[in-house]
Structure formats: structure tokens, C-alpha cells
Design a protein around this ligand. Structure first.
Ligand SMILES: NC(=O)c1ccc[n+]([C@@H]2O[C@H](COP(=O)([O-])OP(=O)(O)OC[C@H]3O[C@@H](n4cnc5c(N)ncnc54)[C@H](OP(=O)(O)O)[C@@H]3O)[C@@H](O)[C@H]2O)c1
Length: 348
């Protein structure tokens, strides 16, 4: 198969760098364009980054000398992965879609639009049908988004519980990694500290989850009828968001049934998409797992780890969920969305 040309918008940032890393030697896509702000444009990727490369390996050779461009829709590629700051992402992504590009966005700007799928391939593939409404706005191009990095791990654990037992209420307290705040997160006052506030995060977790777990009825999103309360904290961890979750269910379930529903959840297994992990949900039986440092890279960072499943004294069950925020929660999620849409014939 000839590789599809892809560009990365916001290629110099935390998520942009993760795209670059994940897409090196990648079977379906080839990075041909890198774009960022006018501060970075005009220089090679290596020069534009300077000391800002934040991942452990070196800048991949296939991209180090690509000249960074401005985010204008004249790039030589079919797909753009957007890792743009949300202060600028909205109109730039629309411009690309209007010019026929397939846009896969990490940013919050279009997630709640009534013609934009907020997609997790394992959770709500049927939401892609809303794309026919986007034709009026964009013609051949489109925008598909992935959820906020704290929402995605949570919803992957909630989905099999909702399908099997019905979800009524969810309490979630997050412990979110520094990389979730972008390159700026590396200079937070976090030594010997926890910051109990992340701007807009609780609202995103609460509303995005309802869209993801909802249905499409008469070409409109019908949000899930679940009560969810989120408290979000920034903690001194490099990568990986850990979340403490309590749920109330509609139907009675014993512990074995809860574990079985989580363990068996992997609706994409048969498709063999390059980024899709198997197993999708890794269950940990050790009393002190999952832990970000030790478990965030399971399934190449695309699996979700669940542990400490036990009875809750107030709701029905409680457990811990971990997911890698810049892989499953951002770049990897976008790439999997593109793989699914390629597989389904939306991208030729
Ligand atoms: N970090 C995560 O875990 C995570 C997870 C899910 C979603 N997200 C979302 O993904 C997006 C990127 O996040 P990040 O953490 O990678 O942020 P970041 O490290 O701050 O990177 C922001 C990127 O946006 C570019 N940019 C800023 N102003 C621009 C402008 N005026 N025109 C064009 N490009 C501009 C920057 O380019 P320059 O280097 O040239 O300034 C940089 O490449 C955000 O919308 C964020 O909310 C992040």
C-alpha cells in the first residue's frame, strides 16, 4: 500500500512531538509536512525546536531537516494531525477542512460541535455518520476530534460497564501528569506540590463523556443520561493520568462480572489496525497498581489499565484507571482515528 502523506500542525509542541515520534517508520502514513507558529516557521524542525525536544529518544532523522511551515492550507499532504494550541486551533482547522484536508484534532475547539464526531474508535464508531452534516460546511474535507486526555481513559473503562450494567452516576478524581499541560507544564511550581485546579478540565470530562457515551438519533447527538462529577488535579508525574473512579450501576453485578466486562472489551480486535492494542483494557490484580511510571506504556501507550476494583461504600464499585495522556490521550488517539477512517474508506 502506498503511504498516505500527513502533516502535523503544532509539530513543535508536546503533542506534536509525540506525533512525530509515533509516526516514524509507520506502516500507513508518511510525515511530509510540519507546521507551527511563525516563531518556528522557516527553520528546520531540529533548529526550530532547539532544546524543546522533550521525548527520550533523539529527534527522528526522517523529520529533523524538514522545514517547518506556517499553518496555511497549502501543505503537501492529505491528512493533517492538529496539535495546535486551542487559542488558534479553531479557525486554522476549519481552513484546512474547507480546503479538502482530513483534519484530526486534539484541541477542544470543535469537540462539541453538533456536526463533529468526538471519536474513540472502540467506543462510538457509529458517531461517524454525523460527518454527512459536515459536507455543508467543508465539502470533501472534514474535522474529527479526539477527547480531552483525562476523558479518554475514563470513558474507555466506563463504556463496557455502561453497555453491560447501565451507568447511573460517576465520581472521578484525576491525578494528571505534567505533560498534559504542554511544554509549559514542565515549568509548573510542582515540586513538593499538587495543584488542585486545571482550567476547564472538569467541565470537559463531564460534558465530553456524555457526548461519547451518547447516541445519534435523527442525525443529532443525544447525550448519555448519566450524572458525572469530576475533580481534576495536576501532580508531579511526567506522563500518565491516574483517575480514582466510583460508579453507580443500573443493574446488580458481582465483582467477577465487572472484571469480565472490562477484560473482554476490545471491539476493534478483528480489524488489526496498526495502533490498536490487544488487550485494550489491562486488569491489574496487585493492590498498588496501576502506577503511571510502571504501567503507562502498556500496549505501546494505547492500552488503558484498571486496578483496585472493589465495592464502594456510597455508590456500587470503585477502581483506578490509568492512561498515557500524550499517546492514548492525544497523538496515538488521533492516529487510531485516522486508521479507522482509512479502514472504513473515508480516506482514499
Ligand atoms: N498535552 C496533552 O497531554 C494533551 C492531550 C490532549 C489534548 N491536548 C491538546 O493538544 C493541543 C496541543 O497541546 P500541547 O500540550 O502539545 O501544547 P504545547 O506544547 O503548548 O504546543 C502548542 C503548539 O501550538 C503551536 N502554536 C502556538 N501558537 C500558534 C500560532 N499562533 N499559530 C500556529 N501554531 C501555534 C506551537 O508552535 P510554536 O512552537 O511555534 O509556538 C506548538 O507547536 C492543545 O490544544 C491541547 O489542549 C494536549
Amino acid at each position: 500500500m502506498e503511504k498516505i502523506k500527513v502533516g502535523i500542525l503544532g509539530a513543535t509542541g508536546m503533542v506534536g512531538q509525540r506525533f512525530v515520534e509515533l509516526l516514524q517508520d509507520y506502516p500507513w502514513f508518511e510525515v511530509t509536512e510540519l507546521a507551527a507558529s511563525e516563531r518556528s516557521a522557516g527553520r528546520s524542525y531540529k533548529e526550530a525546536l532547539g532544546k524543546r525536544w522533550s521525548l527520550s529518544d533523539k529527534i527522528p532523522e526522517n523529520v529533523a531537516n524538514i522545514k517547518v511551515k506556517e499553518c496555511k492550507p497549502n501543505l503537501d499532504c492529505k491528512i493533517v494531525f492538529s496539535a495546535l494550541d486551542s487559542s488558534v486551533a479553531g479557525p486554522i482547522e476549519e481552513e484546512f477542512a474547507k480546503n479538502g484536508y482530513a483534519v484530526f484534532s486534539n484541541s477542544k475547539n470543535h469537540r462539541m460541535d453538533d456536526d463533529v464526531p468526538l471519536l474513540i474508535p472502540e467506543v462510538n464508531v457509529e458517531h461517524l455518520s454525523i460527518l454527512k452534516k459536515q459536507k455543508e460546511r467543508f465539502g470533501k474535507g472534514f474535522i474529527v476530534t479526539n477527547p480531552n486526555c483525562a476523558t479518554i481513559g475514563l470513558v474507555m473503562a466506563l463504556k463496557p460497564l455502561d453497555d453491560n450494567f447501565g451507568l447511573k452516576k460517576v465520581f472521578v478524581t484525576t491525578m494528571q501528569a505534567l505533560s498534559g499541560a504542554g511544554l509549559a507544564g514542565l515549568s509548573l511550581d510542582i515540586d513538593d506540590n499538587v495543584i488542585p485546579y486545571i482550567d476547564g478540565e472538569e467541565e470537559k470530562v463531564e460534558t465530553e463523556s456524555m457526548k461519547l457515551l451518547g447516541k445519534i438519533k435523527n442525525d443529532k447527538f443525544s447525550f448519555a443520561d448519566i450524572k458525572i462529577s469530576a475533580q481534576c488535579n495536576r501532580v508531579n508525574v511526567k506522563d500518565g493520568h491516574l483517575e480514582a473512579v466510583s460508579v453507580e450501576l443500573d443493574k446488580k453485578a458481582d465483582l467477577g462480572q465487572i472484571k469480565g466486562a472490562l477484560k473482554n472489551f476490545n471491539p476493534l480486535k478483528e480489524l488489526n489496525l496498526p495502533s490498536a492494542p490487544n488487550p485494550l483494557i489491562v486488569l491489574k490484580e496487585e493492590v498498588d497498581r496501576p502506577q503511571p511510571k510502571h504501567d503507562r506504556s502498556l500496549g505501546n501507550g494505547m492500552a488503558v489499565t484498571v486496578g483496585r476494583i472493589r465495592k464502594c461504600n456510597i455508590l456500587d464499585y470503585r477502581f483506578s484507571v490509568l492512561s498515557h495522556n500524550t499517546i492514548r490521550g492525544a497523538a496515538g488517539a488521533s492516529i487510531l482515528n485516522a486508521e479507522l477512517m482509512k479502514f472504513k474508506g473515508y480516506i482514499e
